[in-house]
Design a protein around this ligand. Structure first.
Ligand code: PHE
Length: 348
């Protein structure tokens, strides 16, 4: 009986060893390694214990065989149990990582905002809409005829030099003002005409106050009996709506090939309200636009009889107004760099 007693406890010790090893398994890889070690078909511990049957004394062989088979069944059951509990743990972890945590704060949606230049153009369009003007638009690539010739800038006229034109290789050019839209309008329509022409314009000029691309709003009114008084009254009404009800304007004589007489218009400086400051170089005035009575030659060029009709025109840069309006933007290029901080500041 001593032989039998000797074999069985050693199998019991093996059983305890297996329990200890199973209790230390952390994950699937550990489980798999242990499974191969114990119940792997070719070299598993149980395989070799079963092979030992033939070495056991025939008298104890039956008991030994039964004990080994019990151990094998136990091992298979315990591996299956551990497999199930690992699977449950993995599923729980996956469920948790996929779950929505309803206590997290919401993500703030990115709100777009309207560019300051667009805001100012819209505001100008609104004011002129109330004065009976409609909006006209035209192409940014223009012919020499519409940008210059029809506006009474003959070839070789020195005023062309003031426009710093970008010429394209195909004989066309980037418009230097939106005045060609006024020509297009006069060519296409009969008076009375009241339009404003907002848009991008281009000049070869680049510093703190000039960008090679900037924005203009120009305006045109043509009808019978239009006078300088209408021009001045329209501009005063417009600028008081745009800036403040108490602003004053002054007209200084100037020159544009397409208007006669021509003037530059100043408005009370909005930084110092006319007292004189750095922004207006101590004058109390800000230069805001150019204007004049449409030259009869321009009307005639567009098929409008200058003996019957007269008109006025004006044009202004939008970007400076936007820089001034929205917290003193010091550099015109800031408007076109797409820096979101600028847009946030304008929105605020
Ligand atoms: N077209 C002129 C410019 O770009 C502005 C202007 C328009 C002046 C209409 C007078 C009348 O400078």
């Amino acid at each position: 009986m001593s032989g039998e007693g000797g074999e069985t406890p050693s199998l019991e010790a093996r059983g305890e060893e297996l329990e200890r090893a199973l209790s230390q398994v952390q994950d699937r890889a550990g489980w798999e390694a242990l499974r191969v070690q114990w119940i792997g078909r070719k070299q598993g511990i149980l395989r070799s214990l079963l092979d030992d049957i033939k070495k056991v004394d025939p008298a104890h062989r039956r008991a030994y065989g039964e004990a080994v088979n019990r151990l094998k069944e136990t091992a298979e059951r315990r591996f299956a149990e551990l497999d199930a509990s690992l699977l449950a743990r993995e599923r729980e972890a996956a469920r948790r990582s996929a779950a929505v945590d309803v206590t997290l704060p919401g993500r703030r949606p990115q709100l777009g905002s309207i560019h300051p230049v667009t805001l100012v153009i819209r505001e100008m369009e609104e004011i002129f809409a109330e004065l009976g003007y409609s909006v006209a638009e035209g192409p940014e690539v223009e012919t020499d005829y519409l940008n210059f010739e029809a506006l009474n800038f003959p070839q070789d006229h020195p005023a062309r030099d003031t426009q710093d034109t970008f010429f394209l290789e195909n004989g066309l050019l980037l418009r230097t003002h939106t005045s060609p839209v006024q020509i297009r309008t006069m060519l296409a329509r009969k008076p009375p005409i009241r339009v404003i022409c907002p848009g991008r314009v281009f000049r070869n000029d680049n510093d703190l106050r000039h960008s090679p691309m900037f924005h203009q709003v120009e305006g045109l009114a043509v009808a019978e009996g239009i006078t300088v008084g209408h021009l001045k009254g329209t501009l005063l009404a417009f600028l008081r709506r745009l800036f403040a009800p108490d602003v004053e304007i002054r007209l200084r004589p100037s020159f544009f090939p397409f208007t006669e007489p021509s003037a530059e218009v100043d408005v009370t400086c909005q930084t110092c309200k006319g007292a004189g400051c750095e922004v207006c170089s101590g004058t109390g005035w800000m230069e805001i636009l150019g204007c004049g009575m449409v030259d009869p030659r321009v009307l005639a060029e567009c098929g409008i009889d200058p003996d019957v009709y007269s008109g006025f025109a004006f044009g202004m840069g939008v970007d400076r107004v936007a820089m001034n309006r929205y917290g003193g933007i010091p550099n015109i290029r800031l408007l076109f760099e797409n820096d979101e901080r600028l847009l946030r500041q304008v929105r605020g």
